[in-house]
Design a protein. Structure first.
Length: 629
């Protein structure tokens, strides 16, 4: 028997995806783990601490969401190993809290019975009882507890209801199922369990009239329709892109004005020289060229959080299952790929939910082609150059939508080829997805998510991008030569590098400066903007007007030595195509090597995507020239 001691007991939370397990973990521990309405969010074990009402410290583990303990996927294997005490660094749990969606008991009790069969003390957290009751379900938690012989705690984790009652149930000695009407034994088979669950639900979770349609059912009739569902999907995605361009314009103007005011203040207070140039052109120009796009990045994560917490994201995955099947993948791959739109690193890690090893490798290979937030500063710099804002935000939104679509469709084509090369996988399972109920957005989660991602972007701008901007300024300033402007840049180390690589970049429509910026951005894509700000610094817009121009204004004035504009519509499209396909993120390559189990896979991905980006950009520019653009 377990006895109380100074060492904290270990409590494991387990449940199907979309049961609110991570929300409960946050409520118990005060942690800010990500919460999303689709499988694949919790791909690693999260750990925290909580206390019972009597002050007993408990260690809480948030296990990956899983549908069964047969462990067909890597993340489900993690959950099984944790429950059996076979996971390095984690003791076998003293008690398991199995989180159930009250509106889907018949399906979720399958996992609960498998957990109870391990003979580990168990408590059932009957979550989202409010949603179940609104749908007309009549719950009897006492009857459920009586039949199973374990405590059943009704709760609403999102609203914090039932947390105290759950903590009270976490007491010594931990509960066992000794008096249950069903116990695992020699007759514990898949048929016997299904029969028991069906009879149990008839007693403790009586459903309303089978012909009664809830509001969610009626909404799903439209959003999951084979025609209207796709119309809604594309309309929602386009609205997101339009909102990013339209709503971010004002705060971006504020940031640009503040940057100009600070630069002007520094110039007025300091004499001309290298120190002033470092502060104005290196620090303010380099970092400011990236930070100005913070409002658009914040809006992107806001909209992603909105779609996740409302329950729509799982519907999008359902729609995409048929499309994914044509590429040799399943709907399970959609969710990691969609996560990669925010950042490829968590997207690659989320592939652990895929049970097929070969499908998982193919998904990892194409995940970086989903345009992540690190590409957005490049897109937001070039797209307004291509289409001025006076032409309408909807046109800019359409171009951005086309960029995302092109990258995604190309990734699917490559996935089909890669999947064919890897061959069939007999261990693959059918795609199963829990459709969560529609909910009002969880604003606390969305705010945390946006602040976390925005803060991460600002921190990156203040460390990596700041350091590289200073380095780029030094390389573009030294060694010095007589004269200024283009002559001084050409004599610098960065200018000489540009001269060397310009023959390679010119067929794509880029000069040596743009090529140098592309080369430096292999460390991180955002560095492209910083490099461009340093390489294209212009102190005056025209004539003697003492006004500092924005980076976009500087690029609009850039020319080839013969006086031709450097940035034409064709060269800008070529540049966008290059950034759609190029893998310019060393941290992603490190994670890919870890998740794929081989550096060969990561290096092959890097080489293929870089070569593909160059070839695609070359074809676009040269074909455009032949057509007279």
């Amino acid at each position: 028997m377990h006895t109380a001691s100074d060492s904290p007991s270990t409590i494991a939370l387990i449940g199907n995806p979309n049961t609110g397990k991570t929300t409960l973990f946050n409520a118990l521990t005060g942690a800010n783990a990500k919460v999303g309405n689709y499988s694949g969010v919790t791909v690693e074990i999260k750990s925290g601490e909580t206390f019972t009402p009597h002050g007993k410290k408990l260690r809480v583990l948030d296990l990956p969401g899983c549908y069964s303990l047969r462990a067909p996927s890597p993340d489900e294997q993690v959950a099984v190993d944790a429950l059996k005490g076979d996971l390095t660094g984690y003791a076998k749990p003293d008690l398991v809290v199995c989180v159930l969606d009250a509106s889907n008991l018949e399906r979720h009790l399958q996992l609960a019975l498998q957990v109870m069969a391990l003979k580990i003390p168990t408590i059932l957290a009957l979550n989202m009882v409010d949603m179940a009751e609104k749908s007309g379900l009549r719950l009897d938690p006492a009857k459920l507890s009586e039949e199973l012989g374990v405590p059943v705690v009704p709760m609403q984790a999102r609203a914090g209801k039932g947390i105290i009652e759950l903590k009270q149930a976490l007491r010594f000695p931990f509960p066992t199922a000794a008096h249950a009407t069903w116990l695992p034994g020699t007759d514990d088979t898949e048929d016997t369990r299904r029969t028991f669950i069906r009879k149990l639900c008839e007693l403790a979770a009586r459903r309303p009239d089978a012909h009664q349609l809830t509001f969610a059912d009626q909404l799903d009739d439209w959003l999951l329709h084979p025609v209207w569902g796709w119309v809604a999907f594309f309309a929602i995605m386009f609205a997101v892109f339009w909102g990013i361009f339209s709503f971010a314009r004002i705060p971006m103007g504020w940031i640009e004005s503040a940057q100009g005011a600070v630069a002007g203040g520094v110039e007025s207070l300091m004499p001309a020289g290298d120190l002033r140039s470092l502060l104005v052109d290196g620090v303010l120009g380099g970092v400011g060229g990236v930070v100005v796009f913070l409002p658009q990045i914040v809006l992107l994560f806001f909209f992603i959080g909105l779609l996740e917490s409302s329950g729509y994201m799982a519907r999008a995955a359902y729609l995409m299952d048929g499309v994914m099947a044509r590429t040799g993948l399943s709907g399970k791959a959609f969710l990691p790929l969609f996560s990669s739109y925010a950042c490829a690193i968590p997207g690659v890690m989320a592939t652990r939910t895929i049970d097929s090893a070969k499908e998982r490798l193919a998904t990892i290979f194409i995940a970086p082609w989903m345009s992540c937030s690190a590409r957005l500063p490049v897109y937001f710099l070039i797209v307004p150059l291509l289409l001025h804002e006076n032409e309408g935000s909807w046109k800019q939104a359409f171009v951005l939508f086309a960029i995302y679509t092109l990258g995604t469709l190309s990734a699917f084509v490559v996935a089909r080829v890669v999947r064919g090369k890897l061959g069939p996988d007999p261990t693959a399972h059918h795609f199963m997805l829990e459709l969560p109920p529609y909910r009002w957005p969880q604003w606390s989660y969305i705010c945390r998510h946006v602040l976390e991602r925005g803060g991460s972007f600002v921190a990156k701008a203040g460390t990596l991008i700041l350091g590289l901007s200073i380095l780029l300024w030094a390389l573009s300033t030294y060694p010095k030569a007589d004269g200024d402007g283009e002559d001084a840049l050409a004599a610098s180390a960065l200018g000489r590098l540009g001269t060397v690589i310009e023959p390679v970049m010119k067929p794509l429509g880029f000069d040596g400066r743009v090529g140098t910026a592309i080369l430096t951005s292999f460390a991180a894509r955002e560095i492209f903007n910083s490099s461009m700000a340093v390489l294209f610094r212009v102190d005056k817009v025209d004539g003697d007007e003492e006004t500092r121009s924005s980076l976009r204004d500087r690029l609009a004035l850039a020319k080839w030595p013969d006086g031709r504009p450097l940035f034409t519509p064709l060269s800008m499209i070529s540049l966008l195509v290059f950034y759609i396909y190029a893998l310019q993120c060393l941290p992603t390559s490190v994670v890919v090597a870890k998740e794929a189990g081989s550096w060969k896979w990561a290096l092959a991905q890097l080489a293929f995507m870089t070569g593909f980006a160059y070839a695609a950009s070359l074809c676009v520019f040269q074909a455009g020239k032949l057509l007279g653009f």
